[in-house]
Design a protein around this ligand. Structure first.
Ligand code: FAD
Ligand code: DLZ
Ligand code: SF4
Length: 511
């Protein structure tokens, strides 16, 4: 008899650990456990999403006639961890092998590697077959490269899967249409409504459970409208393709106050827990292009995120763990300011992004990167604290994708493995790409003093503080030439403003 363990982010019928399942003899184990729900204090909506999606998936397997053992969080004998639940099931039945698909987090892989010895039976860890590139293929690609640039990896993936290809050439003659993308938000944009599932009885029960057991976790539990079944997730994908994909590229980097969803797809959480398959999303977008439903700049931009970035960051994660987790190139040590939890700050961009994160367990990419992430970088926040925050606040967060985005993309903590230069920017960038500054106490046009946008002086303080580490970077040459041309008074004003700002944060004053 085999025990097939399915984790909360492995809700795919075709996953490796279910291939060849024997309905008569095998047990499929799924369990809601304290260790997974609390190793970081996940957003309430994220826990509710995972538990409800797990319960719906289990019901579908049961309806197929498979032998499911499902342990609910509040079951009286819940053992509290995956290892203990597996041990309990092995002790009860005549199990000769445990089969599991490789988890998405290093800590859990390491734990599972010890199960065979602990249980005294074979534990088989299968490769996760839901990705488009394996860690071994990525390692081959990375071998001997000084710079592992996503763009080149992505081109190989386009060729490998023949996506947007015209024989050996990219459709339209270019690999990348970013020069046509990333427009500031236009006035009077008529944003389409987002997908909203209505919670059924299963979800209602989970919502009550989460409220009862995780009252001190971050975020607002309701309203809850995430898809929790594959069928619903497919509708969410279809609605994106019909309503939003056309303008995905144009407004990929735009931010508007009160518009958390913009033209993004909101499918990351479904992809990451297995309700959607990456290739189906890519092919759906490509089909929309060929049918004339969306322009090439939008479709290529969207496909690059999934076929390029998503696969690439996973490759980096497995290539560089466990060292990647402790990388801290700038030796940044500042504690995460309280406003990342409370949203209580007068910096309107941060207030909006944290508030939406609390409400939705979602922020779109540019909010994560250029507002929340940019601040974390230029303020020198401790990578451990920043990673912990990103891991727990977003419904799509798992370490394989969160860590490279945070330590690599926003914090440059890996010293430039993932990004060729730090994504640092002053208030001018946020002002160009959003309307946040119009409702802010601070002014993006003022560079120093109490009314100045803090991003302005913190940006230059960051450049000056890290002179020894960044001056040699050819892409930073322009910045250091500008710094060198600044008067001593100007440099002193930057230092004074930054010190005043940091002191205020440390004293827990509202900044
Ligand atoms: P869209 O903008 O519609 O993009 C489509 C899809 O492309 C996404 O669903 C996602 O699967 C993929 N994608 C896009 N950008 C990336 C990227 N940089 N890395 C990997 N996949 C990408 N994504 C996560 O899935 N989990 C995370 O924990 C996560 N943490 C992030 C932290 C930071 C600091 C940053 C800058 C980005 C992070 N991302 C993360 C990437 C990206 O922001 C989210 O995938 C995206 O915002 C999810 O929303 P969406 O589905 O509407 O994406
Ligand atoms: C995220 C999550 C949560 C909140 N709870 C569970 C759970 O109770 N049981 C489970 O099997 N998986 C859960 N997950 C997903 C796991 O944390 C995820 O499988 C690992 O982090 C590996 O990616
Ligand atoms: Fe953010 Fe500065 Fe604009 Fe205020 S002025 S919203 S702090 S960028």
């Amino acid at each position: 008899m085999k025990l097939r363990l399915i984790l909360g982010d492995q809700l795919s019928r075709n996953i490796a650990s279910l291939v060849g399942v024997d309905a008569q003899n095998d047990i499929i184990l799924m369990c809601e456990v304290r260790s997974e729900a609390t190793y970081v204090k996940h957003h309430k909506k994220k826990i509710a999403f995972i538990f409800s999606a797990m319960r719906h998936f289990a019901a579908e397997l049961l309806a197929e006639g498979l032998n499911i053992h499902y342990v609910k969080y509040d079951a009286p004998n819940n053992a509290g961890s995956l290892a203990d639940e597996v041990a309990r099931t092995v002790a009860r039945y005549d199990i000769d092998e445990v089969i599991v698909t490789t988890p998405g987090e290093y800590r859990l892989v390491e734990d599972i590697k010890g199960w065979s010895q602990r249980l005294g039976i074979t534990v088989t860890i299968k490769d996760d077959n839901r990705f488009l590139s394996s860690p071994a293929e990525f390692a081959d690609w990375a071998e001997g490269r000084k710079q592992m640039r996503m763009e080149f990896f992505y081109r190989e993936m386009r060729r490998k899967y023949s996506i947007l290809m015209d024989h050996n050439d990219p459709v339209g003659g270019q690999w990348n249409y970013d020069s046509e993308n990333r427009k500031p938000p236009a006035a009077g944009l008529n944003l389409p409504p987002t997908y909203k599932a209505r919670p059924d009885a299963v979800t209602q029960e989970v919502l009550e459970l989460v409220e009862a057991h995780f009252p001190d976790h971050f975020g607002e539990l309701t309203p809850f409208h995430f898809a929790v079944t594959r069928d619903q997730a497919v509708i969410a994908l279809e609605e994106f393709v019909d309503r939003r994909l056309k303008l995905f590229g144009d407004y990929q980097d735009a931010m508007l106050q009160g518009e958390p969803w913009m033209y993004h797809s909101h499918i990351g959480l479904y992809l990451n827990c297995g309700l959607l398959d990456p290739l189906e999303c890519i092919e759906r977008a490509e089909a929309a292009y060929h049918a004339g439903g969306a322009p090439l700049n939008a479709v290529e931009g969207f496909i690059r995120q999934i076929l390029g970035w998503r696969e690439y960051v996973r490759g980096i994660y497995w290539l560089k763990m466990p060292d990647y987790k402790t990388a801290n190139f700038f030796n940044a040590k500042r504690a995460l300011p309280e406003f990342y939890w409370s949203a209580e700050t007068q910096m309107n961009c941060l207030r909006q992004c944290v508030t939406e994160t609390k409400q939705n367990a979602y922020a779109h990419h540019i909010q994560r990167l250029m507002v929340l992430g940019n601040f974390a970088l230029i303020a020198g926040l401790d990578p451990d604290e920043v990673n912990n925050w990103y891991m727990l606040v977003y419904a799509d967060a798992y370490e394989w994708v969160e860590l490279p985005n945070v330590s690599g993309m926003i914090l440059y903590a890996d010293g430039g493995l993932l990004a060729s230069k730090p994504y640092a920017a002053s208030g001018a960038y946020i002002n160009k790409m959003s309307n946040y500054c119009r409702s802010c106490k601070y002014k993006p046009s003022v560079k120093n003093g109490p009314t100045a946008c803090p991003f302005n002086y913190l940006y230059w303080d960051f450049i000056a503080r890290n002179d020894g580490k960044l001056r040699g970077n050819p892409r930073m040459g322009f910045m250091y030439r500008s710094l060198d041309q600044m008067s001593d008074e100007k440099r002193q004003a930057i230092r004074d403003d930054s010190r005043r700002f940091f002191n205020a944060i440390e004293a827990n004053e509202k900044v």
